[in-house]
Design a protein around this ligand. Structure first.
Ligand SMILES: Nc1ncnc2c1ncn2[C@@H]1O[C@H](COP(=O)(O)OP(=O)(O)OP(=O)(O)O)[C@@H](O)[C@H]1O
Length: 320
């Protein structure tokens, strides 16, 4: 049986909409920078997340996603700026009791059983979700007596994500929650997480997958090079990152169609031209109408990596 969302949602003592502290944002990151030796992981990042909001943090490798979540989880300190969670310092135990997190890499004690691990984590919280209910919700009930060392990688990941919800948190931070999961397990996990957000919980998750962010979030923040490149409703950001890669050949002397149908990023190598465009059909129509003598046309989806680079390029006001 799947429990009703409210049973594993935020703590009833802190209902986001009715709390007197509801005006305090769930997350307030103000002009935060964080470096590791010569590497700037976050560079003057500001971000406010209201209670009950679900926010996806997208970005390529090294963008600063994990560092941001670690600052929110209180496991790292900012070099500059301030980080507040539910109005408090995330390193303060009182704040941490209202937080649930699953870092990108987690270890489970190999010899403990699944149920024992849940009890261990639940013991740190005043009003945890009952063990059976939590495991049922994440499709792990039949593994309750299995030793963690005997779980598959995907099962371990599901358990690690489930543990973030054990303490009936108000805010949950998930760093690439479904990495290593197959499609079915990924969708089942999304369903379990949606129960939390439907009950008014605040969610921040990092991901490389726009599809995952779309499934779980209403808002997306794109990080790149430690900076916020885009922040808005998923549909708006999707239109900026859902690009098509168009490859074609143009005879020498024929200019590449930058600007047509929004084509921005363009690389030319002799006759070979490669563009990133939001509207590939529009670009092709434009080329045909203008009788541009192109050949060898290929259209394929651009990767998010390409899209991030395009956004970064646009931020710099340049073309690649
Ligand atoms: N403990 C550390 N020591 C040194 N450099 C670090 C450390 N943690 C992060 N960095 C660096 O900071 C930058 C941001 O790293 P971060 O892990 O936050 O990025 P990310 O967006 O989560 O990347 P990924 O998608 O690959 O997980 C990277 O250049 C990384 O190498």
């Amino acid at each position: 049986m799947t429990p009703s969302p409210t049973t594993t949602g935020p703590h009833p003592a802190n209902p986001p909409a009715r709390s007197t502290a509801a005006a305090t944002p769930a997350v307030a990151v103000d002009r935060v920078s964080r470096s590791f030796a010569a590497v700037t992981a976050l560079d003057d990042v500001s971000l406010t997340v209201a209670r009950g909001e679900s926010v996806g943090i997208l970005g390529p490798n090294g963008a600063g996603k994990s560092t941001l979540l670690a600052l929110l989880a209180g496991t790292r300190r900012p070099g500059r700026g301030s980080v507040r969670v539910l109005g408090g310092d995330p390193r303060d135990p009182a704040t941490r009791r209202r937080l649930g997190c699953t870092p990108q890499q987690t270890g489970l004690p190999a010899t403990l059983r699944v149920g024992e691990v849940v009890d261990l984590v639940a013991g740190h919280f005043p009003d945890p979700v009952p063990r059976g209910e939590l495991l049922e919700r994440f499709g792990l009930a039949e593994l309750t007596r299995r030793q963690c060392g005997g779980l598959s990688g995907g099962q371990q990941r599901r358990l690690c994500v489930a543990l973030a919800f054990a303490g009936r948190p108000d805010v949950v931070l998930l760093d690439e929650p479904t990495s290593g999961l197959d499609v079915t397990a990924r969708r089942a996990l999304w369903e379990a997480v949606r129960g939390f957000t439907a009950a008014g919980g605040t969610l921040l998750l990092s991901s490389h997958h726009l599809e995952e962010v779309e499934a779980l979030s209403e808002r997306v923040v794109v990080l790149g090079g430690g900076r916020v490149l885009a922040d808005g409703p998923v549909a708006d950001v999707r239109s900026r990152v859902a690009l098509r890669r168009v490859r074609l050949r143009l005879p020498a002397g024929v200019p590449e169609p930058v600007g047509a149908a929004g084509a921005g990023t363009c690389v030319r190598d002799g006759e070979r031209v490669e563009l990133l465009v939001p509207d590939a059909d529009g670009l092709v129509r434009d080329l045909v109408c203008r009788q541009v003598p192109f050949c060898d046309l290929e259209v394929s989806p651009a990767s998010l990596e390409d899209a991030f680079l395009a956004i970064t390029g646009a931020e710099r006001g340049g073309r690649r």
